[in-house]
Design a protein. Structure first.
Length: 350
């Protein structure tokens, strides 16, 4: 029986560097293909030389998404290698972190060969659609914030003392209507400034309309997905879509502790000798961590189970931050349970 080889891929915008390891982690071949359509077809033809094969793609949810999803959709076994993991293997192998395109694919394959618990790439249109919509919404919200900041700066120059506090579309509109050009040598300058402010206000209104339309579409997609995440207090369609898009396939997390570690809500032990201590984890997916933080904030504001738990921790002498960390871990466990249950129901239905 022919042994199964491992093909490591280091993706780039223009090329895909590949390296083949045998079952004993010995390098068999190393080459490179263009990242365009012809290059992908050539890569697939080249890979047929190894009937029993599996793939390891660095950053399968980033730069390597196109290749990883194409291979997985065609029935190939593909695992995702985090860039940090392959970088660690590079340092251990050569003693420094210097990148070398000829060797990087080898380090990707070695990282996958040494780690048997890497996430398998499983394309899911539902998750992909929610990811696209969530990312688009974040882009629009960021653009609206930039426009509001520019509008705030113009109003600061139009109104003596500036405009304190947060600025919204309705508030900016009221303020702009109250501005009257002053007499003097700067009348023309203020007229231009007011004109630019009006244009920025129209941009904000247009962005608000696009965000509202996108919110409605995200709500429809979340309802169609059948997720029960929205049953958790403090989780709306927007947060649910973001969490589903960031987490993807929950089968890559063996336990809720692994999920909490990925989300950066599991404390890190820093014990020494007989002194046992834990500190805040700064690792993990920070965007997912922020989503869990928003859920915890929503729960703290009300007298539900989350709010009661938070106030209980405060009564025990914990600080606000410590109590929030405890609550975020409970939220993480609840989110993981919901996602796992949803996945099991989908698999059962299929």
């Amino acid at each position: 029986m022919e042994p199964k080889v491992l093909i490591g891929v280091d993706p780039h915008k223009a090329t895909n560097a590949v390296a083949v390891l045998d079952e004993h982690a010995q390098l068999l071949e190393r080459t490179e293909f263009l990242a365009d359509r012809k290059g992908l077809l050539a890569l697939e033809r080249w890979a047929r030389r190894f009937p029993k094969r599996r793939w390891a793609v660095e950053g399968a949810h980033g730069l390597g998404r196109t290749l990883a999803h194409k291979l997985a959709s065609s029935g190939e076994e593909v695992v995702d290698v985090p860039p940090k993991l392959s970088a660690r293997v590079r340092v251990l192998s050569v003693g420094n972190g210097r990148k070398n395109d000829e060797l990087d694919a080898t380090f990707v394959a070695l990282a996958a060969w040494r780690n048997g618990r890497l996430a398998q790439v499983r394309p899911d249109e539902r998750i992909d659609v929610l990811r696209l919509l969530s990312e688009r919404r974040e882009d629009l919200v960021c653009e609206r914030t930039r426009v509001l900041n520019r509008l705030h700066a113009l109003l600061r120059d139009l109104i003596p003392g500036g405009v304190p506090g947060r600025l919204s579309e309705s508030r900016a509109s009221r303020i702009l209507r109250s501005v009257r050009p002053r007499r003097g040598s700067r009348t023309y300058t203020e007229s231009v400034r007011r004109q630019l402010a009006s244009e920025l206000l129209r941009d904000v209104r247009a962005l608000n309309k696009r965000i509202l339309n996108l919110n409605a579409r995200i709500r429809e997609e979340v309802e169609a997905s059948g997720t029960t995440l929205t049953d958790i207090f403090g989780v709306g369609p927007i947060l649910a879509a973001k969490i589903i898009a960031l987490v993807g396939d929950t089968r890559r997390f063996p336990t809720k502790g692994h999920f909490a570690s990925y989300a950066g809500v599991a404390p890190v032990e820093v014990s020494s000798g007989e002194v046992v201590r834990h500190r805040l984890s700064l690792a993990g997916n920070r965007r997912l961590n922020h989503a869990l933080h928003m859920i915890a904030l929503n729960q703290v504001r009300y007298e539900g189970k989350g709010g009661v738990y938070y106030r209980k921790k405060i009564a025990e002498g914990k600080t606000h931050r410590e109590a929030m960390r405890c609550l975020k871990r409970r939220v993480s466990d609840a989110v993981f349970k919901r996602l796992t249950t949803d996945l099991e129901e989908v698999r059962t239905a299929v």
